[in-house]
Design a protein around this ligand. Sequence first.
Ligand code: TRP
Ligand code: SF4
Length: 330
Amino acid sequence: MRILSGSRPTGHLHIGNYVGALQNWVKLQNEGHETCFFVADWHVLTTAYDKTEELAALSKELVKIFVAVGLDPDKSILFVQSGVKEHAELCLIFSMITSVPRLERVPTHKEMKEQLQGATDINTSGFLLYPVLQAADILMYLADGVPVGEDQLSHVELTREIARRFNYIYGCELFPEPQSLLSKFPKLLGSDGRKMSKSYGNIILIDNNEKHLTEQILPMITDPARKRKTDPGNPEICPVWDYHKAFGVTEEQKEMITDGCVGAKIGCIECKRILIRNMVTIFEPIWDKIRLIDQSPGYIDQIIFDGNDKARRIAQATMEKVRSAVNLLF
Ligand code: TRP
Ligand code: SF4
């Protein structure tokens, strides 16, 4: 399978993104699929076109996180969208065959419009076109699998429609109809029990350290019935338990915690200490890698340069076929 996914460089990749997306990307890469992962920097401009001071730095930082979590430039094509201008050309062509009312019906279009109400004027053509740009990102690489979260399913569906329409109008079989690969993991809640979100100030960053992680996990909300150790609890309604399942709890620990929680034999602090230990085991190599990369100036630039080159080669080949199918002179 050829697999492609992307992420916006908004600069706060958290452990929920790790569990829900990045970990899955690494797995797909290591299963031997052809994988492309990219930084969707143009996508940031569809909403935050007036806040771009840090965009370049955040794009580099995102590639650093990609590499630190285990995406390997020798196995995956890692690139930055704005370095492969063909995406703009394909988006333009797709925009010609995509109906405006269809784009206005994309669920994320309506939702984001409501969410961003008043913050930034997003009555822009770029904002409306954003799922078309995403279709171009995906179809450029003739990808057949797109690992995404639930919120992006409608975009992959639109991508299939665009692929079908292009093939039909220009009488060709150029584009495959890509499938979404839904990540199995449910969303992790923030430390206050609300949805993990930068605006709530409750996110736990991937780029972190043991001390800070401990400070964030220890005050976490648990089963409200457990005010003291002697109150029996129920892990199934405790956000800490979701974290345990996400971060390598062993069968033995599972049994001990369930038993201890239901039977009021283990305190929540003890339970959280086990979680912190398991999380440190998973994240310490990632933190070490981040620090190592920080000490190697130019390392990430080189990865981006090489990745952009590989991506561009595929993109150029696709665009040759697109131009020919559409009968463009150039
Ligand atoms: N729209 C995605 C998001 O906001 C990011 C993205 C851009 C993407 N292009 C993509 C994801 C192509 C998958 C495939 O998260
Ligand atoms: Fe949650 Fe663990 Fe406390 Fe049970 S013991 S309520 S699972 S933190």
